[in-house]
Ligand binder design. Sequence first.
Ligand code: COA
Length: 692
Amino acid sequence: NVVFLQKLRNDRNLEIKYLRNLIDSLNICLIALRNPCMGRLTSCLVKNLEKGKLVMRTESFSSRHVLQALPKLPVPNLKDTLDRYLSCMKHLLTEEQFNKTQNIVTQFGAPGGVGELLQSKLTDRSENMANWVYDYWLNDMYLNNRLALPVNSSPAMVFPQQNFKAPIDSLRFAAHLISGVLEYKTHLDDRNLPADYARGQLAGTRLCMEQYYRLFTSYRLPGPERDTLVAQESSVMPEPEHIIVACKNQFFVLDVMINFRQLNQRDLLTQLEKIVKMADNEEEQLPPIGLLTSDGRTEWAESRSVLMRESTNRDSLDMIERCLCLVCLDDASGPELSDTTRAMLMLHGGGLTKNGGNRWYDKPMQFIVGADGCCGVVCEHSAFEGIVLVQCTEYLLKCMIGSPSKLVRAASVSELPAPRRLRWKCTPEIHKLITSAADKLQRMVKNLDMNVHKFHDYGKEFIKKQKMSPDAYIQVALQLGFYRCHGRPVSTYESASLRRFQQGRVDNIRSATPEAFAFVKAMTEGKNSTSVEKMELLKGAITAQTSYTRLAITGMAIDNHLLGLRELAHEMKMGKLEMFKDEAYLISNQFILSTSQVPTTVEMFCCYGPVVPNGYGACYNPQSDHIIFSVSSFHNSQQTCSAEFVKCLVQGLRDIRDLCNKCNADCAATEERKGQTQEPKKEVRLLLANRP
Ligand code: COA
């Protein structure tokens, strides 16, 4: 090893990568190096320490580097969860449904009953695992889901519209983006990304960083019943990395390291130009294989096994599965490029007639660079949450924004081997499968009812001035908008980050609280309620929402807990328990309103599809003086209409603002009156004091 290391010395990055992988692959690490790279190995050593491996430290690796491991996700108390479940559901059920559910829940939670047994097993599980819910949650939320990834699962970030004056501009943009990815990947490889700390509610806590390390190293492999999230194994001697570039539905391997040298932006531009030329060669065109990845997961798993029969296809699949990410060079999509159209194009590519085949949905990161300036990133969601995606994307955009001079001007002159086109051997069976996938994607394209709305009346600063949590306020407004639109409250999902804990992902804030219901009823039906009464109800709704948020981010929400109990019962072969067969449990998991806050500090926004056929996806990005809403639903549902929902939401936001302003004005007037009535008293006091 020592001899080998000396050989690597002239490439510091390679040396670090080698050392890191070496340490990872050993069972016991005896680090006795006096190596200048030691600082850059810190987090790798910490990770191994946390895994319980013995690490002998050198002077350059001091104890200050050893961070305290994050706490484990707690298991909430059974009774608390069951009580909370009933209170979350009562107003969403009929009286008859609720009475039935109450009996089932009481029986489940009875002393010595099945609930207690499962709870004690769950506690054991939590003691033996870093995160007791992680696998259950990942399977339930993503890997078991058989629906196609575009729209149903993969969210997208939509970049600001780019103004490409000539075709080469989009390639320059792509080259710049790739070079940012490579820079970011170096930080990831060195494990030296600065740790994130929580902001907003319960600010200041250190957050789990694991999701970042999956950005460019994982792959969602389709399976007949369940997909697998594959993490790339770190090998002692890593292979040179590559990116897959999609252009005109063709896939090309772009090696980013050639002859031990990482390509610079000029090189990248040269290679991208070659790819565009190769893609234009009509004689070489291969069928749009990428469409298969937009199919239902079981269908794609079947098509993949058909593809795998040919060694050419196996090699091509292997290259895609091991790439860092995809860069999709899209053709222009049409004249109208509103925020809404751009969001739709990000989510589904516009189907076969546009760029729907220019994708590979299993890969976590697909950067889209449209010739018409429609750019963004589409993500396979099982590996990480939107917040991590935003952090990475902002890093990349910040490298690029405001620095046109930094954009590469001329292509490299160095002789680089041409990128390789991935070959596919397509039997008639595969052609049929592609046609079937294309038809389904086309239906999805037609069905998506998207509405991106920039609400400019006010933003989170106004809300903070009311001494209210902006997130809670927006959630209450969403409840009001929904009620106004549909006349009933529904199970609502709001993602709450669990990154305060080891391997933390998310749990659910059930925003359709009874308090929010009371408020929305007063606002829509309570003609006789006074502003003061409405204001009291608003404050109650905000307080309830804020408390639920705090519960959720500290691991005390109910959804993951109930899921854990359910999955344990399944593992213990208890059959389907009444508790989880109950209609109320099914209703509780039908998230007709699926919401998420995805804030950004760079101009861009996130969007995703609904999670049920008759529901809405509602993503929001609160800024100081405006809020961006991306609302989605399906045209074929008789019950939903994104434009109508947005209209009601906007009216709700205005009504709440007016209510706050009226109550503030009334308060100020009362204060003033109080002041005026007190004035004479002061005068009287003065007169009395001046009396001889
Ligand atoms: N008065 C004045 N200001 C207040 C306030 C009050 N009563 N309550 C909160 N604020 C301030 C906060 O201090 C914070 O200030 P900052 O902008 O300076 O940091 C700001 O308002 C925002 O706080 P809040 O609106 O309460 O929300 P939050 O930032 O705590 O976010 C969640 C709440 C649930 C969204 C967040 O905890 C979370 O989990 N985010 C992850 C969501 C996610 O995973 N999304 C992606 C899914 S793919």
